[in-house]
Design a binder for this molecule. Sequence first.
Ligand SMILES: C[S@@+](CC[C@H](N)C(=O)[O-])C[C@H]1O[C@@H](n2cnc3c(N)ncnc32)[C@H](O)[C@@H]1O
Length: 400
Amino acid sequence: MPDSQTTRAAVAKLYDTYPFPPDPLSDDLPPGYNWRWHWPSAYSFCTGQKPARQDIRILDAGCGTGSGTDYLIHLNPDAEIVAIDLSEKALEVATERVRRSGVLNGRSRPVQFLQLPLEDATQLSGQFDLINCVGVLHHLSDPVKGIEAIASKLAPGGLLHVFVYAQLGRWEISLMQQAISLIQGDRQGDYVDGVKVGRELFASLPDNNRLVKYEKERWAFENQKDAAFADMYVHPQEIDYNIETLFELIDASRLKFIGFSNPQYWDITRLVGKSEDLLSRTEKLSERELYRLIELLDPQLSHYEFFLGREPIAKIDWSDEGTFLAATPEISPCINGWPSQNILDRDYQMVSLSAGEFEFLKRCGTNKTVADILAEVNLDLVAARGLLAKHLIFLTPNPS
Ligand SMILES: C[S@@+](CC[C@H](N)C(=O)[O-])C[C@H]1O[C@@H](n2cnc3c(N)ncnc32)[C@H](O)[C@@H]1O
């Protein structure tokens, strides 16, 4: 196995040649939102309640060309932000991206880009409340070392958002990666040549070839850009996970696994819900066995995305009626189309609000409690709880 220095040099060369993601620079603020990068939404997902503070510190570990960093800055105006990466060229693009988009205008808290290997994150001063590490750990020669380094920088009560590759949905990709490197032979590490070889292979294989069909169905649109094609097919270092190896990585972090940030995929009822017998038998499985079953039955999964946390992390229980009624609700900013009865939720799914739900949401953020608002609008308790379940509101608990 190549040592970490050799791997890092090869990875930095790839991203200096093809900075990623190759999203165009823009003179506008980043459009919309990704709720995973919005501290109150991420915190609310993980704990059930709105965080007490917004003046937090955020680390974007492996920021690339800064598309995610641009959102982290934009969505968290009171946060101090540090973004690190190996690649000098990617950092140059990131710095220019956030300068041009305007997210820095009027900010009082600092934003800093640093060329630093993630494994050396321990050198950063202080601790962070939110660490974002998307698409990076699987490119380290020793991801355990990487996750240990960033986990050590997570403050008590802090959250770490991770995205790493999944084996099952990347099977065809891994075959093509191996084919390209066989053909490249001693030219491996010449990424421009790797892209050329890969494109020629796709062009010459028959249309009904499995690798070609998969590329066309899933990736061809984004892979029109050489940087995306190179990131996918000619990477010098990639580790793909399955549920078992993923949880080895998670356990190594010594952080608490809070949950996948795409919970819809991890719902067993969408796969075996037609059979009460199967569903009840799955209840006997451990959490990890259940996840393994889901990925085996739906092997299209190409990545895992999830939150870890450093204790104390407690999920508030809103099932008690008094606790729920005494809470103060605020409308989530990760909603599109508000104020209207037809809106898009945090995952950009359409939600049609009843007149009562609409009136309830209009009164959120006015320091009124759930009980106060329910006394004013035509909505029952179950429907009010539904707004929380649909992630349209944040709640702050009050002693009842
Ligand atoms: C696929 S890109 C992801 C960029 C960004 N996080 C995103 O999702 O848009 C991977 C990035 O991780 C960086 N990277 C890889 N290994 C690293 C390491 N050991 N330390 C710091 N950055 C690293 C690369 O330079 C590259 O910019």
